[in-house]
Design a protein. Structure first.
Lengths: 117, 107
């Protein structure tokens, strides 16, 4: 069974940092591209970042470029999102998802990130 | 960036009804269009990928079609468990973009 288990999110002050993780199992992780997608409270879905199976290429949404870093460790079947310089506009549930021709076939359970003082 | 425009933003229908949700891309995206269902507090669930391919395990009452830059998600016979918000997403090029969502309510 395919599983994507995400780390807990958290409460962080504006300007702070947080690292999210996504542990994959039940499939050949190193064969799949991955995405992070977020959803602000009461809002729609927003794509955040993409990483290919080999970690190149990598793409970011303009809204997070220069502040967020997506990475993966294929030896440990894990995906990460390092988030720096957080603002209240980054408050959202963050999801990791596999990428099949750009479609999110399998999703994690979500990690709530709240940016507030 | 490619803009995805969904319509309607919400609709209400009865069990057994046929329902269609539309999604228009601002430019050609070939068939790189995916549909998701999301229920409150849950992760999105992939229903249809590359415009008309049914994801494994998804009931056959869901189908997708394309006409140029216009895409349609059809539910042939609405069931109570279909109450959810539906999103389209283009994966033709980066950045991936989603429609704003359609909230489907069962009368």
């Amino acid at each position: 069974e395919v599983q994507l288990v995400q780390s807990a999110g958290g409460l962080v002050q504006p300007g702070g940092s947080l690292r999210l993780s996504c542990a994959a199992s039940g499939f050949t992780f190193n064969s799949f591209s991955m995405n992070w997608v977020r959803q602000a409270p009461g809002k729609g879905l927003e794509w955040v970042a993409y990483i290919s199976s080999s970690s190149s290429p990598i793409y970011y949404a303009d809204s997070v470029k220069g502040r967020f870093t997506i990475s993966r460790d294929n030896a440990k079947n894990s995906l990460h999102l390092q988030m720096n310089s957080l603002t209240d506009e980054d408050t959202a549930v963050y999801y990791c998802a596999t990428d099949i021709t750009g479609a999110g076939q399998h999703w994690g359970q979500g990690s709530l990130v709240t940016v507030s003082s | 960036d490619i803009q995805m425009t969904q319509s309607p933003s919400s609709l209400s229908a009865s069990v057994g009804d046929k329902v269609t949700i539309s999604c228009r891309a601002s430019q050609n995206i070939n068939t790189y269009l995916n549909w998701y269902q999301q229920k409150p507090g849950k992760a999105p669930k992939l229903l249809i990928y590359v415009a008309s391919s049914l994801q494994s395990g998804v009931p056959s009452r869901f189908s997708g079609s394309r006409s140029g830059t216009d895409f349609t998600l059809t539910v042939s016979s609405l069931q109570p468990e279909d109450s959810a918000t539906y999103y389209c997403q283009q994966s033709y090029n980066m950045p991936y973009t989603f429609g704003q969502g359609t909230k489907l309510e069962i009368k």
